[in-house]
Write a protein that binds this ligand. Structure first.
Ligand code: URA
Length: 234
């Protein structure tokens, strides 16, 4: 990224507005390369900036692995609160580019969700070209019908209202009414709609257990950890 002005850098990282940066400079709260700064227009290396003596907060970007709990929405619209972004520190919620989810999980779906402010990463990870496998555990309101794995694997299952069929998916029964489903795409409500389109009933619970090589490990619902991009292996 090309060098940003100090006022733009701090407002992009969610510290305060560009207008407020001038007040912070006057108050002597900002230093560049060890000296108290007074010019909002300088274009410093982010590593050289200190606010109240502290290095900048994640100037290189954020990449988070969240255990999404049930009942939270993957939206920035406050009318749909509570939002997954409510789980983040306030400063991260003010960043520009905004921290956004890589794809979405329904309000009533739990499990692994990636959050990032790196737009190129969102495109790369959600592009059908990359075929990132996403694994879900689903509980149904009835027993799994025989032959359902073949229907999911065929690549011919059409969701209600869509022309293109779903890409082949893997279904592995885990019990009479529970199954593991692996998808390489991410259509709206896809797992729920696949069961419905196949005449296999209603999904009662849905949990995403993995995304590519990533799993939740022992991360509790509502908690997140920072990820190293190398962990994505894509
Ligand atoms: N499929 C769904 O139906 N819902 C999700 O949240 C994810 C996949």
């Amino acid at each position: 990224m090309s060098a940003r002005r100090l006022d733009q850098l701090l407002s992009n990282l969610g510290y305060c507005s560009r207008r407020e940066v001038r007040d912070w400079l006057k108050a002597g709260r900002i230093a560049v390369a060890g000296k108290t700064a007074d010019d909002p227009g300088v274009k410093p290396s982010p590593a050289a900036v200190r606010v109240d003596g502290e290095p900048l907060d994640r100037p290189e970007g954020l990449l988070l692995l969240l255990h999404k709990p049930l009942g939270l929405t993957c939206s920035h619209d406050p009318r749909e609160a509570p939002l997954v972004y409510d789980l983040l520190p306030p400063r991260w919620r003010e960043r520009n580019p905004v921290v956004t989810s890589v794809g979405r999980l329904d309000k009533e779906t739990s499990g692994l969700l990636l959050l990032t402010d790196q737009t190129d990463l969102v495109h790369r990870l959600t592009s059908p070209k990359h075929k990132v496998p996403k694994v879900y555990h689903a509980t149904l309101d009835r027993d799994l019908p025989p032959g359902l794995a073949e229907v999911f694997a065929a690549g011919t299952l059409r969701l209600d209202g869509e022309d293109a069929p779903c890409a082949p998916a893997t279904l592995r029964p885990l019990g009479p009414r529970t199954a593991e489903v692996t998808l390489i795409e991410g259509k709206y409500h896809q797992v729920r709609r696949m069961f419905a389109s196949a005449g296999a009933g209603t999904v009662l619970t849905l949990h995403r257990v993995s995304f590519g090589p990533l799993t939740l490990g022992d991360l509790a619902p509502g908690r997140y950890r920072e990820l190293d991009a190398a962990e994505l292996k894509i």
